[in-house]
Design a protein around this ligand. Structure first.
Ligand code: ZN
Length: 432
């Protein structure tokens, strides 16, 4: 009875999520197409009609691709759960490994391999058909394959020991296992923040210290003004994969580094680069990054507590198409089911994250306007919108639901106001 009720609840949320995605995507496509033939007035003198049309076509292609991908992922999810895919996989593995840790880890690895292969055509299509058509792809097939192999090996080397630790904690530490698992998981996340910029990212890209002296002293001036210490300024060869440009921070504590994509440095003038960086420094100085980490850790504690309860409920398994093994350990299955179905139940809450994120963007823009020049930020933003073919006319509801950044026109209007207030005119940053 409970099992059936849970199946029904899952199907309701599943349909709600897909329906919501479909509705938002259709609205977005219609809205963008309706505004395809006219550059919005405030951008009329800055962005040519051809670029505006390209942005519309790119947005529509990406939105349609995203929807088809979501439908495919939904079918795969139903196949693994209600249609018995995980059950069959577990039974087949049990014959090979017998019960125990090998079966547990085997189940998650087998799922990972199958799900990864089922997703591969989409990754390929996105890079070599969609991005290619709009001139953004700079990857060769060889590089793509090397990335895929490297990424898979890396997640095995890092992920398998972590998985083993979590499963051992689930099995041996009693009712409060999820507290220990959370401590291990959070420690691991912090470790990755140190390892990512120094060890992992350099496996995929080349990082060279920024060599342009005048740009360097300009940036160092800005960092001194806002009181920011960093281990270094680096340029990343982003152009070997994509012509999209960006800038970001990584690391924390004494390990902080600022990374510019070579594609960004090529397109923006030094004052614009400074304004973009001032925006990023704003995120740091206003503690947005720390806040984001604290929220993520708190949420993962809540989710683990929920899993701690769910893993002892038979209906949680049977409601999702799995018969739990009697008198045996079902931890890996519980973990897998939880990770698979959680997004179905959390998707309707996505706008909450977007709202916070957009609030932070406005704050970082205001920070940039007061520590750099609002006009430079605006002209950098306009270039980045154009170069990345980001639409200037998103559907307002689609944008409110998904977008981590405010729509271009609203963002730039705020910057003009901030610029007028500080008497420095308007400045801005990253669209992606
Ligand atoms: Zn930002």
């Amino acid at each position: 009875m409970l099992s059936f009720a849970f199946s029904v609840l899952f199907v309701i949320f599943f349909m709600l999520t897909l329906g919501l995605r479909y509705w938002l995507a259709s609205r977005h496509v219609r809205h963008v197409m309706r505004h395809r033939d006219e550059v919005p007035a405030e951008f009329a003198d800055k962005i040519p009609l051809a670029a505006h049309r390209k942005a519309a076509d790119y947005t529509v292609a990406k939105t349609r691709f995203g929807l088809i991908h979501a439908i495919w992922s939904g079918l795969v999810l139903i196949g693994f759960t209600l249609l018995g895919g995980l059950q069959a996989l577990s039974t087949a593995l049990l014959h090979v490994t017998g019960p125990g840790m090998a079966h547990q880890i085997g189940l998650i690895v087998a799922y990972g391999v199958i799900a990864g292969l089922l997703d591969l055509p989409f990754t390929y299509w996105f890079q070599f058909v969609l991005e290619q058509r709009f001139g953004f792809n700079k990857m060769t097939l060889k590089l793509w394959l090397a990335d895929t192999v490297k990424g898979t090996l890396l997640s095995a080397v890092i992920g398998l020991p972590l998985l083993w630790v979590v499963l051992a904690l689930m099995e041996r530490t009693g009712a409060l296992w999820w507290v220990y698992a959370w401590l291990v998981f959070s420690g691991f996340q912090l470790l990755m923040m140190v390892l990512y910029p120094t060890v992992i990212a350099p496996m995929f890209n080349k990082f060279t210290p920024l060599s342009d002296d005048s740009l360097k002293s300009r940036i160092e001036g800005l960092m001194a003004r806002v009181g920011f210490a960093s281990k270094g300024l680096f340029v990343m060869d982003g152009s070997k994969r994509s012509s999209h440009g960006n800038a970001y921070f990584s690391g924390f504590g004494a390990n902080k580094r600022i990374v510019f994509f070579d594609t960004l440095l090529e397109r923006l003038a030094p004052p614009e680069i400074e304004a973009v960086l001032a925006h990023e420094l704003g995120h740091f100085k206003l503690k947005h990054i720390v806040k984001r980490i604290v929220v993520a850790f708190a949420l993962s504690l809540v989710f683990l507590a929920v899993l701690g309860w769910l893993k002892n409920q038979v209906w949680f398994y049977t409601g999702l198409g799995v018969l739990p093994l009697l008198g045996q350990n079902n931890d890996a299955m519980a973990l897998l089911l939880f990770m698979l179905v959680l997004p179905v139940f959390t998707f309707p809450f996505a706008p909450l994250t977007s709202i916070t994120s957009r609030k932070h963007e406005f704050e970082a823009d205001a920070f940039a306007a007061s520590h750099s020049d609002a006009r430079d930020l605006v002209s950098a933003l306009v270039k980045m919108y154009e170069d990345n073919a980001s639409t200037l006319t998103p559907d307002p509801l689609h944008s409110a639901f998904y977008d981590s950044h405010p729509p271009a026109s609203i963002r730039i209007r705020h910057l003009h106001q901030a610029g007028a207030l500080s008497g420095k005119g308007t400045a801005g940053m990253e669209p992606a």
